[in-house]
Write a protein that binds this ligand. Structure first.
Ligand code: ADP
Length: 361
C-alpha cells in the first residue's frame, strides 16, 4: 500500500493507549497526519501532559508507521486533560477539571511538602495547576512556595485574583494572617471560608487543583467533600506511622465520603545523605507499600529524608525547582505522572462523559 494519511490512520488503529486500553484512532487521540517526501509527522493528543506512557505510545506509533515504509517519523504530543462530569458541585468551579486532595493521618509527616512538590511536578509537565491551601489551621503553602504576587481583588471587585507562584495559581489563608500567628476556626467559619476560596477566587481554567488538607479527619475534610467533587485523595504517611489509627481513619473517611483514594506516598522513607548519597532506612521502609496492599489502593512512591527537601521548603524554593535534575525531583515527577494517569483512566471510564469537558487547547 502506498504511504498515505489514510494508511497511517489505518495502521494506528492497531496501536493502543495501554492505560485506556483503546486504540488511538477510535478514541480521537490521533489528531493530525502530514506526509512530505516519505517523512511522516503525526500529532497525538494525550489525556494529560503528565502521561506516564508517553514513551511507550511514541515507540509503538513509530514502529507502526515505519512498517508502512516511512523514511522518517516525527511524533508530536499535545494534551487535553479529561475532567469530571458536570454536576451541581462542579458548577461551583466550572473551569477546574480535577481536584486532588493531599491528606495525612497526622501533622508533620510532610504532607504540605509533598503537596507543593507534587503540584510543581504537574506544572513542569505543562499542566495548568492551582494550589488551594485548605490547611486553614496551619497554612504553610505560601512559605514553602516563596515570594510571589499577592492575591488581589479584581477590578470588578467581585472576585479574588489568586497569588501566582512558579506559574501556579495559589490561595491560602496564610496570605491574610500573620506568619506563625494562631489561626482558630470553628466549623461554620471553615465552611464559609472554603466556600469563598472556591467560589470567589478566579481560578480560571485549571487541569489540576491540588488541595493541601489539614491532618486528620475534621471540618475541612467534611466541608470540602460537600462543596466540590474531589477527583481523589493522595495519602501521605511516614514508614513508622502506618499502623497508627489516624491513617486508617483517614482512609476510611475517604471511603465513606466516596472520594477515591488515588494512592499512598511514603515520605521520610530513610535518610539520603546529601554528601555521599548513602541511603539509611532510619524508620525502616516499605510501610507505605504494606498499607497500600492492606487497603487495596495503589502505592505511588517513596521520598527519602533529604536536607535539600527541608531547606527547599524553608526558603520557598521546593526541591523540584531548586534541584530539578535530582533523583528526588525525578521521583516526584514519577508520582505526579502516576496520579495523572490514574485520573485519566478514572475520568475516561466515568459514565456519561460529557463532550463539553473535552475542549481543545
Ligand atoms: P505536614 O504538612 O505533614 O505537617 P510539612 O510538609 O510541613 O508536614 O513538613 C514538616 C517538616 O518536615 C518541614 O520542615 C519540611 O521541610 C520537612 N520535610 C518534609 N518532608 C521531608 C523530607 N522528605 N526530607 C526532609 N525534610 C522533610
Amino acid at each position: 500500500m502506498p504511504l498515505s494519511a489514510e494508511a497511517v490512520r489505518e495502521a494506528l488503529r492497531g496501536v493502543k493507549d495501554p492505560e485506556l486500553d483503546r486504540d488511538l484512532v477510535s478514541i480521537g487521540m490521533l489528531k493530525d497526519v502530514a506526509i512530505a517526501d516519505g517523512a511522516v509527522t503525526v500529532n497525538i493528543e494525550l489525556t494529560t501532559p503528565a502521561c506516564p506512557l508517553r514513551e511507550t505510545i511514541e515507540k509503538d506509533v513509530r514502529a507502526a508507521i515505519v512498517k508502512l515504509g516511512a523514511k522518517q517519523v516525527a511524533v508530536t504530543f499535545t494534551s487535553n486533560v479529561l475532567g469530571r462530569r458536570p454536576g451541581p458541585a462542579q458548577a461551583r468551579i466550572p473551569g477546574v477539571r480535577n481536584i486532588i486532595a493531599i491528606a495525612s493521618g497526622k501533622g508533620g509527616v510532610g504532607k504540605s511538602t509533598v503537596a507543593t512538590n507534587f503540584a510543581l511536578a504537574l506544572a513542569r509537565y505543562g499542566a495548568r495547576v492551582g494550589v488551594l491551601d485548605a490547611d486553614v489551621f496551619g497554612p504553610s503553602v505560601p512559605g514553602m512556595l516563596g515570594d510571589a504576587t499577592s492575591p488581589a481583588v479584581t477590578a470588578s471587585g467581585q472576585k479574588i485574583q489568586p497569588a501566582v507562584h512558579y506559574g501556579m495559581k495559589v490561595m491560602s489563608i496564610g496570605f491574610f494572617v500573620e506568619r506563625d500567628g494562631a489561626v482558630i476556626w470553628r466549623g461554620p467559619m471553615v465552611h464559609k471560608l472554603l466556600t469563598q476560596f472556591l467560589e470567589d477566587v478566579e481560578w480560571g481554567e485549571l487541569d489540576y487543583l491540588v488541595c493541601d488538607l489539614p491532618p486528620g479527619t475534621g471540618d475541612v475534610q467534611i466541608s470540602l467533600s460537600q462543596l466540590i467533587p474531589l477527583a481523589g485523595a493522595v495519602m501521605v504517611t511516614t514508614p513508622q506511622d502506618v499502623a497508627i489509627a489516624d491513617v486508617v481513619r483517614g482512609i476510611s473517611m475517604f471511603k465513606k465520603t466516596e472520594v477515591p483514594i488515588i494512592g499512598i506516598v511514603e515520605n521520610m522513607s530513610g535518610y539520603a545523605c546529601s554528601a555521599c548519597g548513602h541511603h539509611d532506612p532510619i524508620f525502616a521502609q516499605g510501610g507505605g507499600r504494606k498499607l497500600a496492599e492492606t487497603y487495596g489502593v495503589p502505592f505511588l512512591g517513596q521520598i527519602p529524608i533529604d536536607t535539600r527537601i527541608r531547606i527547599g521548603g524553608d526558603v520557598g524554593r521546593p526541591i523540584i525547582v531548586g534541584a530539578p535534575d535530582s533523583e528526588i525531583a525525578k521521583t516526584y515527577m514519577e508520582i505526579a505522572a502516576r496520579v495523572a494517569g490514574r485520573l485519566s483512566v478514572a475520568n475516561f471510564a466515568a459514565p456519561k462523559r460529557s463532550p463539553s469537558l473535552v475542549t481543545i487547547r
